[in-house]
Write a protein that binds this ligand. Structure first.
Ligand code: DQA
Length: 145
């Protein structure tokens, strides 16, 4: 099974960005852990990070033919990017949304996800474990074809 992982804006700063909220694991370490777990689940990953909305859409478009599933942490775009939401739907991607933090327990503007309606489910509030759970969910629930 092929899984596309997309990390949104400011997630390149993981490890140093507000570690009390987002933890001390760097993005490189997170991707390495995800790849190791994926290998154990017989899945292949492509991992990308972008700070730009259009680039995220371009990455999803370029990989839509390869990916059987998308795991996306849209970061701040979660709360307002109808463009990313439309792209997930338009590309027919089977998607799971992830967040390191619990967006329901933070500022009011973070409580809304415009991405959630085009995703099968959402994992949040468990740091990097949110991503691991998303990976396991994809392997279990999205058949490759
Ligand atoms: C985040 C939550 C978002 O509100 C925030 O803008 C992020 C990270 C998370 O993983 O908890 O950049 O998506």
């Amino acid at each position: 099974m092929n899984i596309l992982i997309v990390h949104g804006p400011n997630l390149h700063l993981l490890g140093t960005r507000e570690p009390e909220l987002y933890g001390s694991t760097t993005l490189k370490q997170l991707d390495a852990r995800l790849k190791a777990r994926a290998a154990g689940l017989n899945a292949r990953l492509r991992c990308f990070q972008s700070n730009c909305e259009g680039e995220i859409i371009d990455i999803m478009t370029a990989n839509a033919g390869w990916a059987h599933a998308l795991i996306i942490n849209p970061a701040a775009y979660t709360h307002y990017s109808y463009a990313i939401r439309d792209a997930i739907k338009a590309l027919g991607l089977k998607a799971v949304e992830v967040h390191l933090t619990d967006i329901l327990k933070r500022e009011t503007f973070r409580k809304t996800s415009v991405i959630r309606p085009v995703c099968a489910t959402q994992f949040k509030g468990e740091g990097t474990v949110s991503y691991m759970k998303a990976l396991e969910y994809c392997v279990k629930n999205f058949k490759d074809n």
